[in-house]
Design a protein. Structure first.
Length: 459
């Protein structure tokens, strides 16, 4: 029976088909089951999950989103919830507990065994952005004096088949990390060889004090699927697997994209976020940006005399301010992404400033020339009459675009770096925020240049 048929039966209220999903006779991966369950209404998802064989519940649980996990545990019987939480791998268990607060956290902690509860307590003491909360403690260790045959026997008797066992770690008598050995070396070498003879003497490791961003960078740099984590004394504490790092990267990218789009990051997937929560997340930034845009009206009011004398200037306001906002958004996007990829640091601010000033001037000249040509063509083909001073108007647009695009590019590139210096998230310098800032200042630049060029003629 495939998942489509199972889903159809579940929707009709028949959960019996789920009982057939025993680990011994199904080739359906837990993530596929979780995806199928997540597509159902919440009440149906809970009932269907509870109908799964208990071993499958433990396998499927980590692939559900946090909101569903919390609901499942809160509705489960105490012994059932305890079994699921205690049977999870240490990293999956930690990810679940980091989402809990207050009474819910206390209640779930009581479900854990003494050993697991102590481990969770210890990990919760580390910073939220630290790698300690991603550690998997189900790693496999051996000593270097064993032969490969003896090591295999030891591993079979003392370690479980987990994702962390793809790499075996060699430790000394004190548990300090010596080296790591990919499982392939066990297979491809003579069983009578000693472990110390197949070591390469190089082992990349993370420190318990490293951040999640450090872990992402190291996995990318060394192309590893699992990395050990040690403390200051080089004691092996656990491992971090690439699937957890990918989850971290996805969450971070999602948050940054949402922030950059001008809204607070969502706590749950879009389709699972309630309507009023979605409004709250979006309204805050919209209100801030709206209040900022009100300064645009204030700026135009300051130049009401100039506008009344040369109404034609008002025709180009949308063109002028949108060009500045667009150039600023482009620059902000480039710099934020470069900073996220560690291509730029705060030490590069002067390089960025020089480069973006030159870029802004070049782009401004290009757009200014297009604006100048547009006015000239429209005037000479009699498509629109800008009056006898049309050349001065064209020159005004030309220099205004140079000034505003340069300012927009400079602002968009520097704001993320300033926020980084203040230890704030550069992603909050969203495209709408930069555009709003440049809209207001762009009007001032535009009318100031217009007043200088057109004084004595239109003004």
């Amino acid at each position: 029976m495939n998942l489509k048929e199972i889903r159809r039966k579940i929707i009709s209220g028949d959960f019996g088909s789920l009982l057939g999903l025993k680990e011994d006779n199904t080739n359906i991966h837990p993530t596929e089951i979780a995806k199928m369950l997540s597509s159902l209404p919440d009440e149906t998802t809970i009932s269907a999950f509870q109908s799964l064989p208990v071993n499958n519940q433990v396998k499927v649980f980590p692939y559900l989103d946090i909101r569903q996990q919390r609901k499942i545990i809160s509705l489960a019987k105490a012994d059932e919830g305890a079994y699921i939480l205690n049977e999870l791998t240490s990293d999956d268990r930690m990810l679940f507990f980091t989402s809990l607060k207050g009474l819910e956290l206390s209640t779930c902690l009581e479900m854990l065994t003494v050993k697991n509860r102590k481990a969770v307590h210890d990990m919760l003491g580390y910073p939220g952005n630290g790698i300690a909360r991603l550690i998997n403690t189900d790693f496999a260790t051996i000593h270097s004096e064993l032969t490969i045959r003896e090591a295999n026997e030891h591993l079979r008797h003392h370690h479980k088949d987990t994702e962390a066992a793809n790499v075996i770690y060699v430790v000394d008598a004190d548990g300090k990390l010596v080296d790591d050995i990919p499982v392939r070396r066990f297979v491809l070498n003579d069983p009578e060889k000693k472990i110390k003879d197949i070591l390469d003497g190089y082992c990349t490791a993370l420190k318990i004090t490293d951040t999640k961003e450090d872990a992402v960078a190291k996995f990318k740099e060394y192309d590893r699927v699992v990395l050990p984590v040690t403390n200051a004394e080089n004691l092996l504490l656990g491992v971090i697997t690439v699937d957890d790092v990918l989850d971290v990267q996805e969450q971070r990218a999602t948050k940054e994209i949402q922030n950059f789009g001008g809204l607070e990051s969502l706590d749950y997937p879009y389709v699972k976020t309630s309507f009023f929560s979605l409004i709250k997340k979006r309204a805050t930034w919209l209100i801030v940006l709206f209040l900022g845009e009100m300064l645009t009206a204030t700026a135009m009011g300051h130049f009401d005399v100039e506008i009344s004398k040369a109404v034609v200037l008002a025709l180009f306001v949308p063109l002028i301010i949108s060009s500045g906002g667009n150039s600023g958004s482009q620059a902000a996007t480039l710099i934020i992404r470069a900073m996220a990829l560690k291509e730029l640091t705060m030490k590069d601010w002067w390089f960025v400033m020089r480069r973006e000033i030159l870029s802004g001037l070049t782009l401004g000249v290009i757009l200014g020339a297009i604006g100048f040509i547009r006015i000239s063509v429209w005037q000479n083909l009699h498509w629109f009459d800008y009056g006898p001073q049309w050349k001065l108007i064209a020159i005004t647009i030309f220099f205004s675009l140079i000034g505003i695009v340069t300012w927009g590019t400079l602002s968009g590139s520097m704001i993320p770096m300033v926020l980084k210096k203040l230890r704030l998230d550069p992603a909050t310098s969203s495209a709408p925020l930069v555009a709003t800032l440049v809209d207001v200042t762009g009007l001032i630049i535009y009318f100031t240049i217009a007043a200088s060029i057109l004084r004595g003629t239109l003004l």
